[in-house]
Design a protein around this ligand. Structure first.
Ligand SMILES: CC(C)(COP(=O)(O)OP(=O)(O)OC[C@H]1O[C@@H](n2cnc3c(N)ncnc32)[C@H](O)[C@@H]1OP(=O)(O)O)[C@@H](O)C(=O)NCCC(=O)NCCS
Length: 332
């Protein structure tokens, strides 16, 4: 077996690379949230300003049987590399994953990255090939998240009562929504909220540092979303003095608009206790229903220890569907 870098301009190879990830994901996870081919292709070919990635293929002769990826952040977390490994299900348990992971370590070392991070999914209450593999290759769990889904159609009838409940505490805060472009008047506050994210959300033992955000990074992400068919739907809360103090974001890809990804939600510490977390998520659920009526489920992940976020998600009807273990190893 040979490990080679995958040339993103060699479309058959890139497609096989993507397919291995999709097959391995489908064999081990309950919901299909894998990126559609066209979006993945565009992401790989277009590249990113904030992350350099290296794609590795494991070959048996001319057949690619495993796929690895190393992400190197370029703007922050310069000590870390993020690693993903997938092996075609019909080739698993023959050492392909181990060989790919070893090559990922070499890539990280060559860039002086000392902390390798990865995620492994598993059924609730169980281990999986992914968690076993991570353990076998020297990664230690740093944070346990629960992956959750909410059915927007089924839960919509509950929203009015929840909005009334949120309204009792929201007071003089204003809930706003936007789509695809962060409004200029909130841009500075939006960057500040993003930069405090890892201080505020539980990170367990994971050695992550706060991200660095500015107008250019926001614009680059918006352009990437446009190129890859992703729509970002967001809601925020504005304080009585006009500052954006809470935000929540979800992504719906036009090529797979039956489902979306709910990403971060953050309420600035000084503004907690006004049910802003619930209010902004409800506003965003309504916005998603209106813009993408075909979007039925949202997937999210949040740390088991994150009681306030879990309380909001439970009220909204999110239910646990699998474990996500965040893991890391430090290179000596
Ligand atoms: C995890 C994955 C990459 C492993 O690929 P693989 O080629 O089968 O892994 P290897 O054969 O190199 O296994 C290396 C070690 O991992 C552990 N392991 C791998 N699969 C396992 C399984 N199904 N059950 C128990 N242990 C397993 C074993 O310790 C194994 O060593 P051994 O065979 O000498 O006992 C593959 O199952 C996969 O693609 N899963 C879906 C994506 C994923 O979870 N990626 C990894 C996230 S960290």
């Amino acid at each position: 077996m040979e490990i080679r870098e995958v040339d993103v301009h060699d479309e058959p190879s890139l497609h096989r690379y993507w397919e291995i990830g999709k097959l391995a994901d489908a064999a081990s996870r309950p919901y299909d949230f894998f990126a559609p081919w066209e979006s993945a292709r565009m992401s790989y070919v277009h590249g990113r300003d904030d992350v350099r990635f290296e794609l590795l293929g494991a070959y048996d002769g001319s057949t690619m049987v495993g796929a690895g990826r190393v992400d190197l952040n370029l703007l922050d977390n310069l000590h870390a590399a993020y690693v993903e490994v997938w092996v075609d299900p019909s080739w698993q348990r023959r050492g392909v994953g181990r060989a790919l992971e070893a090559e990922c370590v070499q890539v990280a070392r060559s860039q002086a990255r000392r902390t390798l991070m990865t995620e492994a999914y598993a059924p609730i209450g169980q281990e999986s090939p992914g968690t076993r593999f991570a353990e076998a290759t020297g990664y230690a769990p740093g944070l346990e998240d629960a992956m959750k889904v909410v059915d927007l159609v089924e839960t919509e009838p509950t929203w009015a009562a929840l909005e009334a409940k949120a309204a009792e505490a929201v007071g003089d805060y204003r809930v706003v929504t936007w789509r695809d472009h962060v409004p200029d008047e909130y841009l500075d506050d939006y960057c500040r909220l993003n930069e405090m994210f890892f201080d505020e959300a539980p990170t367990g033992e994971m050695d992550v540092q706060n991200e660095v955000w500015d107008a250019q990074r926001v614009a680059a992400r918006e352009e990437r979303n446009r190129l890859t068919g992703r729509h970002e739907l967001s809601a925020g809360a504005v304080s009585p003095d006009g500052r954006l103090v809470a935000v929540t974001e979800a992504i719906v890809n036009v090529r797979a608009a039956q489902r979306g990804h709910q990403s971060g939600t953050l309420v600035e510490p000084a503004h907690r206790g006004h049910r802003l977390g619930l209010a902004v998520k409800l506003a965003n659920h309504r916005q998603i229903r209106e813009a993408f009526p075909q979007c039925r489920v949202l997937l999210t992940g949040n740390a088991d220890v994150n009681a306030p976020m879990n309380a909001v998600n439970t009220q909204l009807g999110y239910r646990d569907v699998e474990r996500c273990v965040e893991l890391q190893k430090t290179l000596g």
